[in-house]
Ligand binder design. Sequence first.
Ligand code: ZN
Length: 105
Amino acid sequence: MKRNNSNAVASERIEILERNLLHELGIDNDWAEKQARVALRIALHSRVSIPYSLRQLFCRNCKQFIIPGKTSRVRTGRSRSKAVRITCLKCMHVYRKMMFPCRPR
Ligand SMILES: [Zn+2]
């Protein structure tokens, strides 16, 4: 079948789900989690890349749904390191995420 076409549909569906869940975050977190899981499943089945805003909502260690500022702690390290530390408050796993600074020219 046409793989390209189905991928386009999948990424469109993910986009819609992503938009909805980011809107619901903080209002109805259970609903947001359901949306996120559906979006993730579509992404994994259709092999399209998971958008960053969706990926960061899942713990890298326990794969649980984490809400930045609520069930995960996001901290910048020492001023020199260009990374943020993300702590999952469900499994207390800490991982680093590199930040690539965009400097205005
Ligand atoms: Zn975790």
